[in-house]
Design a protein around this ligand. Structure first.
Ligand code: SF4
Length: 176
C-alpha cells in the first residue's frame, strides 16, 4: 500500500520558520530543519504523524518558502577541485571498507542482530541488510546514514555534521 503523505499546515510551518529565525539565521539548514520540526510538533500537536526534518526540508522546497539560513558549504556549488578531493576520499573509504569485510559465518551469534536490524528497516532498504550480512561495511554506513536522516538521501548528501566520524564516508556525496 502506498505511504500516505503527511499533511502539513504550510502557513503554520511558515510562521514557525519566521519566529525561529527572528534572531537571525541558524548555522546551517540541518539545524533549522530540526528546530522547525521540534517547534511545529510542540505547537501544532501532531499526535500520530510527527513532522521530521526531511519533511520540513521537502515542504520548504515544494512551497518555495524563503528562509534566512544559508545552505552552508555542503549544499553549495562544488568546485572541480573540491569534487576531486571528495572523490579521492570516497575511493579511500571504499578501499578500506572492502579491506575490512566481515565474514558473518564466523559470528553466528550476530545473526539475531541482523534479523532485528531487518525488522526495523523499511522494506525498500532491506536489500542493504543482505549486503551487510555478506560483510559490506560501506552498506552498513549507508544504512546508518539513511536511518540517521529519515531515509532521505538528499539530507544524507547535504549532511553538515562533520563532527560525525562517518561524515567523510557517507553515501550520495557526489550526486550534486
Ligand atoms: S554522516 Fe553521521 S550525521 Fe551525517 S547522516 Fe551519516 S551518520 Fe548521520
Amino acid at each position: 500500500m502506498p505511504k500516505k503523505a503527511i499533511s502539513v499546515n504550510i502557513s503554520v510551518l511558515r510562521d514557525t520558520i519566521i519566529e525561529l529565525e527572528l534572531d537571525g539565521a541558524f548555522p546551517n539548514r540541518m539545524a533549522l530543519y530540526v528546530a522547525v520540526a521540534n517547534a511545529y510538533n510542540r505547537n501544532y500537536k501532531l499526535i500520530k504523524n510527527k513532522l521530521t526534518q526531511s519533511i520540513v526540508r521537502d515542504r520548504i522546497k515544494k512551497n518555495n518558502i524563503v528562509v534566512k539560513t544559508p545552505l552552508g558549504t555542503r549544499g553549495g556549488v562544488w568546485s572541480e577541485d573540491r569534487k576531486n578531493k571528495q572523490k579521492t576520499l570516497m575511493k579511500e573509504g571504499r578501499k578500506n571498507a572492502k579491506a575490512k569485510r566481515i565474514d558473518f559465518k564466523k559470528y553466528p551469534e550476530k545473526k539475531q542482530y541482523l534479523e532485528d536490524l531487518r525488522q526495523i528497516t523499511p522494506v525498500n532498504h532491506r536489500g542493504l541488510i543482505e549486503s551487510i550480512r555478506k560483510g559490506s561495511i560501506a552498506d552498513a554506513i549507508k544504512l546508518n546514514c539513511l536511518r540517521c536522516l529519515g531515509y532521505d538521501r538528499n539530507l544524507v548528501r547535504d549532511c553538515t555534521d562533520n563532527g560525525c566520524a562517518l561524515w567523510v564516508f557517507r553515501p550520495y556525496q557526489m550526486e550534486v
